[in-house]
Design a protein around this ligand. Structure first.
Ligand code: SAH
Length: 396
């Protein structure tokens, strides 16, 4: 069967030629190549207005991102060789950084596999398929994952918001082979267990790996306040580095239970958990006069859509203000944002405003982003979503 063609409107090839991989629906010349006749997920050739080949991609006529490119020429075979080559390249990159068998092995567009995320928990893989196009290629995904990683099992998490936008079924995870409900992570010489089926994302936030170690080094002899602690990644590493105590706040009881187990698993004492809304818990800690030498704020994305921007920015600012009130003088405050709509400068502004709100001074002593197993596609700003600021907080 001949591959369907998608013709771009005049000038709409520019962004793709500059390196981007997405075609938005309004950039297509639908008079020439109507989208409506195409099946969601079908492979297409993308051409510019003069008919020159731009690439091979997959289409979803119902999505705002109508086409995602898989290759930079038309008629490229999207077969097992194609997937093998992409996956081995992704794997080799992680090996160069010595990341071992724990981490994100495939990060969608940034690894040339739009719509696919694969996290590795030793023998087990947890995947997220976010688009109709990648769903249609799932047989190949599976075969090559098995070939390249020889896992005992692959779990496909289907509970992604993105699937709804693509018209894909959500809900129950599907498995190939066996994947236990509890999967294992080793990080900085410590062992963790998280929930593969019910945990956040695929169970563990590999993107913060570097920051958990970096923060832990600030903690010997200190009390750590770990706000939005999830399963205790920051707290456990801080305790292992000699923190006196770690107070972990999260609104998820299941996450905190795992945090406690993860501390015990590594024979670490000194973890206290607070099951609460972070804003409420911070106010209560301030009222009871508690003080901390280090705090980390790693909230969920407050700004999921552009229209949440103002409110989200204010939420970061309020959080910083509330946290600064429970800090010793001097103290370190580490704040992270995984909202791709919030830039590093804007996070810095929220940080500054929050500190001023609490009547303190600050200096920035470090910044960072996601680790190398979450490479950033330089043409697709959305792939570089994590920003982290290390602040030193002092009296005026
Ligand atoms: N720091 C963690 C990841 C944090 S993920 C790590 O390194 O592993 C964000 C966490 O925030 C989730 O566990 C979620 O349950 C929690 N959360 C979201 N909104 C919250 C709120 N208002 N108060 C407390 N916790 C919240």
């Amino acid at each position: 069967m001949r591959r369907a063609e998608v013709s771009l409107a005049r000038g709409e090839d520019r962004r793709l030629r500059a390196g981007h991989l997405w075609v938005f629906s309004n950039e297509i010349d639908v008079a020439k190549t109507p989208l409506t006749s195409l099946e969601p997920g079908a492979l297409v050739n993308v051409r510019d207005a003069r008919g020159q080949g731009i690439g091979t991609g997959y289409v979803n006529p119902h999505s705002l991102i109508a086409v995602r490119l898989l290759a930079r020429a038309p008629d490229v075979a999207i077969d097992r060789d194609f997937f093998r080559e992409r996956m081995l390249r992704a794997k080799a990159l992680r090996e160069r950084f010595g990341l071992g068998p724990y981490g994100r092995m495939v990060f969608g567009e940034a690894d040339g596999l739009p719509g696919l995320v694969v996290d590795r928990y030793g023998e087990h893989l947890v995947a997220q398929v976010a688009t109709a196009g990648m769903e249609a290629l799932r047989g190949l995904v599976q075969d090559t994952l098995v070939e390249c990683f020889a896992p005992e099992g692959i779990l496909y998490r289907n509970d992604l918001d993105a699937r709804k936008l693509e018209g894909l079924p959500e809900g129950e995870a599907e498995t190939w082979g066996t994947v236990p409900e509890r999967v294992r992570v080793e990080e900085a010489g410590l062992a963790f267990e998280v929930s593969s089926r019910h945990g956040q994302k695929t169970g563990w936030f590999f993107d913060q790996r570097e920051h958990r170690s970096r923060l832990a080094r600030l903690c010997p002899g200190q009390r750590l306040l770990d706000v939005f602690s999830y399963t205790g990644g920051f707290s456990v590493q801080a305790l292992a580095q000699g923190a006196r105590e770690a107070v972990a706040i999260d609104q998820s009881e299941a996450a905190l239970r795992l945090a406690v187990e993860n501390a015990e698993r590594n024979q670490l004492r000194g973890l206290r958990t607070l099951l609460a809304d972070a804003f409420d818990a911070l106010r209560e800690l301030a009222e009871s006069g508690e003080r901390f030498g280090v705090a980390v704020l790693d909230p969920p994305a407050f700004i999921k859509r552009k229209k949440d921007f103002r409110e989200g920015l204010l939420a970061y600012e309020r959080l910083v203000g509330l946290t600064v009130r429970v800090l010793e003088n001097p103290a370190f405050l580490v704040i992270a944002s995984c909202s791709s709509h919030l830039g590093a400068d804007e996070l810095r502004l929220a940080f500054l405003r929050g500190v001023r709100r609490a009547g303190r001074e600050a200096r920035i002593v470090g910044t960072g982003g996601q680790g190398p197993d979450h490479p950033v596609h330089p043409a697709i700003p959305e792939t570089g979503y994590l920003k982290v600021i290390y602040g030193l907080i002092e009296e005026r």
